[in-house]
Design a protein around this ligand. Structure first.
Ligand code: SF4
Length: 330
């Protein structure tokens, strides 16, 4: 086992840039003065799941447009109908040890970070007990020891939060350690950084990918074609050129992307960026997300229309996650 390195004393440049770009509730106060959300409501929403996005996102998109509506709060977050809960996909039951989730045969998911580049209001882990489960450095060693012992595992998924919230030295440590486990063949990263803060794709990160002998898969999380910007495309190309398979998964969201034309455009734009659409997820019933819900019949009709306009490789699989099942349902 490779010993885990301590965090660097001097944060990398991207981290400082990112800290400067981050806005939370306090910085958005002026905007909220003109909305129906009174300060008490906003405070209640923020307490449940902090409001965080980048200034660039806020400046680039209309507040009532499809992109920002994913990241700005709504009073609906405080009014859950029955059936919405804090553990919608059985993460708690599938946790083997803090930060290690095993739901499916042959794959283990590591909660590598409790930090994301943006807080998506529809997030299925918005109520996840991160302080208990986000591995500290010594916890990575235990997580990797678990993966080493379980020889049925051939793929490790770095998730979170967002694994690219880790510094590159820590990612290099994880990649190297995983390479040393003979039965692990594939490493997969799920990230929103390339579409939210593409400056995160540093030369050092590309070195980590380039130098790895594992099969590498990077899954982006983009829901709307307006998020496929020139900067995202550049970042995605850089990742792809490290011999990493680049995919995208979306969540089907009411008033964001629940029409075939939007998703067809998304598939085309992703493909132009070298990215294949992978999953179109039904919303998970996490507390505070019901206003994004799309009925399954509507979802089937949307995908049917997509099939009539797109080649099969550009139609994402419509997927549902049901706690306790041994795969996603699609
Ligand atoms: S980036 Fe992913 S984990 Fe983070 S808030 Fe968004 S959906 Fe949740």
């Amino acid at each position: 086992m490779i010993p885990c390195k301590p965090a660097s004393e001097h944060p990398p440049e991207w981290k400082k840039l990112f800290a400067d770009s981050y806005v939370g509730l306090k910085s958005l106060n002026n905007y909220y003065q003109n909305t129906d959300l009174n300060p008490q409501l906003l405070n209640d929403i923020n307490t449940l799941f902090p409001i965080q996005l980048t200034q660039e996102l806020f400046n680039t998109h209309q507040a009532d447009g499809a992109v920002l509506k994913q990241y700005l709060p709504s009073e609906h977050e405080l009014k859950d109908p029955p059936g919405y809960n804090s553990n919608p996909v059985g993460d708690i039951e599938a946790t083997q040890l803090p930060g290690v989730i095993k739901k499916y045969r042959h794959r283990v998911l590591l909660i590598t970070s409790n930090t994301c580049p943006v807080h998506c209001r529809y997030c299925f882990r918005k109520n996840f007990p991160y302080p208990d489960s986000s591995p500290k450095k010594h916890m990575f060693e235990k997580a990797l020891a678990f993966c080493e012992q379980d020889t049925s595992v051939n793929e490790i998924i770095l998730s979170g939060g967002d694994p690219l919230s880790l510094e590159d030295a820590m990612l290099a440590y994880l990649f190297k350690s995983i390479e040393n486990i003979k039965h692990i063949k594939t490493i997969r990263l799920h990230t929103k950084y390339p579409s939210i803060f593409p400056q995160r794709i540093t030369p050092e990160l590309l070195d980590v990918l380039n130098n790895s002998s594992l099969n590498k898969v990077c899954v982006f999380h983009i829901n709307h074609p307006d998020e496929v910007t020139a900067k995202f495309c550049e970042a995605a190309q850089k990742i792809k050129h490290t011999n990493t398979t680049t995919l995208n998964q979306s969540v089907l969201l009411n008033q964001i992307n629940n029409n075939a034309q939007t998703l067809i455009k998304l598939s085309h734009k992703l493909f132009n960026a070298g990215v294949l659409p992978y999953y179109l997820h039904m919303l998970d019933n996490a507390k505070g997300t019901h206003h994004f819900h799309v009925a399954y019949d509507e979802a089937l009709a949307i995908v049917s229309k997509m099939k009539s306009h797109l080649p099969g490789y550009l139609v994402p699989k419509l997927a549902r996650e049901i706690a306790g099942e041994d795969s996603k349902i699609y």
